[in-house]
Design a protein around this ligand. Sequence first.
Ligand code: SF4
Length: 307
Amino acid sequence: MTDSDPAALRRAVIQHLEGFQRAGLTHWKRIAPLVVETPQPVAPTASTGARPHHVDASPGSSLSSHSPSAPSLPSRAEVMPAARPNKSSTASTGAVASAPVVSACATFQPLNLPRGERVSQLSVLAERVAACVRCQELASTRKQTVFGVGNPEAKILFIGEAPGADEDAQGEPFVGRAGQLMNDIITACRMKREDIYICNVLRCRPPGNRLPSPEEAGNCREYLDGQIALVNPEYIVCWGSTAAKNLLASEETIGKLRGRFFEYGRAKVLCTYHPSYLLRNPAAKKDVWEDMKLLFKDMGVDLTAKT
Ligand code: SF4
């Protein structure tokens, strides 16, 4: 996009505003400029210099898991994990409530900001993503970036793979057929889509829906970790092997990763099959249902009980 391209500029402005909306912002008093850093490895004690922003935002839903506290600012070093997952687990698969928690990244530091701060910081992050060109091929072929959507105080955060054609067109993760199946799963779990926070490993569509490359996933990791740190969920669900392998830095198949909990920061992580896989292999739906029962049993909810 150039300044002389009014149509592209208009699209960018609309996307920018939609990013605010998807992050939950309805109005604001004042947004101060964010100090944007060039992406590069940083020492664990480095800081981005990001400043707080203040917005009015309504209290969280009944599923909100966080109480307001004094705001602290996310630095990249605080947001980025400094250690890789523990791959030495010998825990077996199988949906059992007593499955061990495996430490995936004990040093990941989530934040615990008041709702307004979360909304504001997510909006700033969405703005950065909308302008991101780290992956040249993706940045030149995307219709728009797909940041994430949902409750900024969600107890559960979903991670998918990358935007497909529908997501690229609509700017929202998990829409289209796979998204409808995801919605059905959410409903079966007695929740609403807006109770959850949903994002992907990548925020731009890979051409032809190919798998994200390791370089692309690495480029986008800062944004994923930023969203996890800001939402600060109690549970993360990795939908499909791309999300599971990238978050946990595991080489295990999704079949081996599912059915047990891992740990990422303070969040318990559960991996299961991607809805797109379920569309091709409906028999695997029962495994996903077992995983959902395991997740909700850990939350104290028996999905098999009559309501
Ligand atoms: S996929 Fe992520 S890192 Fe790559 S260009 Fe898009 S927003 Fe930037």
